[in-house]
Ligand binder design. Structure first.
Ligand code: PLP
Length: 359
């Protein structure tokens, strides 16, 4: 038996979730965000499954090159723009869209000697305070950008800081700020990430930019995919590689962090933080053994974790253990690990992912 850990990627669920985006934002075009190796799901296979998207958002030139080499012809947007002027000739050759978010990038485009015709997404800071021109500089920067010889088309965008909170007033403030700043500027507008697509219809504008929801994960704290009509795409599963009959007071794993309250069976699963399973998952984090729930006990090690099998007296070496996905929301596992589902799926080792077709 080879090591049994795998991340099954269900392509039909990706397509279902893209349809869910279309239903939520019927008047907008869709930039599918596939940065970070398609949120850990595999860049090329995700883009191929989402071939109906109107464009793709990536974090860097390397990801864009992989998409073009895989035959993706739609617009590809470099969400952080270029990091070095040397990238611009490749950007031009591959016809990539760039984000311009900083004065320094603007200066490079103004001084550019090459003849390029770039499509630029002009990024404005409407309240996230991470990337983008602050409101007081936006007008002059926009004028400079549109005057650049190498710039053929300008689009307008900004990013929301709290769209995953349906009760926060901050999203409406950012929307108003963005519309005020861009008043009179020409170009398609984009603001909405997954939380805003599902929770804030007024933010949809010309282009929406879903990431997390495409992978079948709820952006809302305490929510799960099914609440939003989404289907989980990744199922991370492994198998029991040992079943131990432990005695009362036996301590389990590193630091003897969990002590058996009675004689009991303990299962060892081939999955650990070296694979991307979070080390911070606490005792009590759920898993599925042969389809029904059990709990992690003790500390997660690099390639293994331990589970309480008291409710599964018949469990045997070789039995399947689901760590998240089908039947076990990754959102719930993330809560037990003190993190967000984004971090869990992005951290899964790329070699584990395997596509599965279920149509
Ligand atoms: C990552 C990213 C998104 C997608 O956000 P989700 O919360 O995953 O939907 C959208 N826009 C930008 C600029 C991003 O960097």
């Amino acid at each position: 038996m080879t090591r049994p850990l795998r991340a099954a990627i269900k392509l039909s669920a990706l397509r279902h979730n893209l349809n869910r985006v279309r239903m939520a934002a019927p008047a907008s075009r869709v930039m599918a965000v596939v940065k970070a190796n398609g949120y850990g799901h595999g860049l090329e296979r995700v883009a191929a499954a989402l071939s109906d998207a109107d464009g793709f958002g990536v974090a860097c030139l390397e990801e864009a090159v992989r998409l073009r080499e895989a035959g993706i012809g739609q617009p590809i947007i470099l969400l952080e723009g270029f990091f070095d002027p040397d990238e611009l000739s490749e950007i031009g050759r591959l016809q990539l869209d760039i984000v311009v978010h900083h004065e320094q990038q603007l200066g490079v485009l103004e001084r550019l000697k090459q003849s390029l015709s770039l499509r630029v997404w002009f990024k404005i800071d409407s309240g996230m305070h991470r990337l983008g021109f602050p409101s007081e500089q936006a007008r002059s920067a926009y004028a400079r950008l549109t005057a650049c010889d190498c710039v053929e088309e300008v689009r307008l965008f900004s990013h929301l800081a709290a769209a995953d909170d349906r009760r926060s007033g901050y999203t409406r403030r950012q929307l108003n700020e963005f519309m005020d700043i861009t008043d009179g500027m020409k170009g398609a507008r984009s603001l909405a990430n997954s939380g805003a697509i599902l929770g804030w219809p007024d933010t949809h504008l010309d282009w929406v930019r879903p990431g997390l929801m495409l992978y079948g994960i709820s952006p809302f704290a305490g929510g799960v995919a099914a609440d939003e009509g989404l289907q989980p795409v990744m199922t991370l599963s492994s198998r029991l590689i040992a079943v131990n009959r432990c005695k009362r007071h036996d301590a389990i794993g590193y630091g003897h962090a969990w002590v058996c309250p009675q004689d009991m069976p303990v299962g060892i699963v081939a999955a650990g933080y070296g694979d991307g399973y979070p080390r911070h998952a606490i005792s009590g984090t759920p898993v599925l053994v042969n389809g029904s729930r059990a709990q992690i006990i003790g500390r997660v090690s690099m390639d293994m974790l331990s589970i309480d099998l008291r409710a599964h007296p018949d469990a045997r070496v070789g039995d399947e253990v689901v760590l998240w996905g089908d039947g076990l929301p990754v959102e719930e596992v993330a809560q037990h690990a003190g993190t967000i589902p984004y971090e869990l799926v992005c951290a899964v080792a790329p070699r584990l992912a395997e596509q599965v077709e279920t149509d």
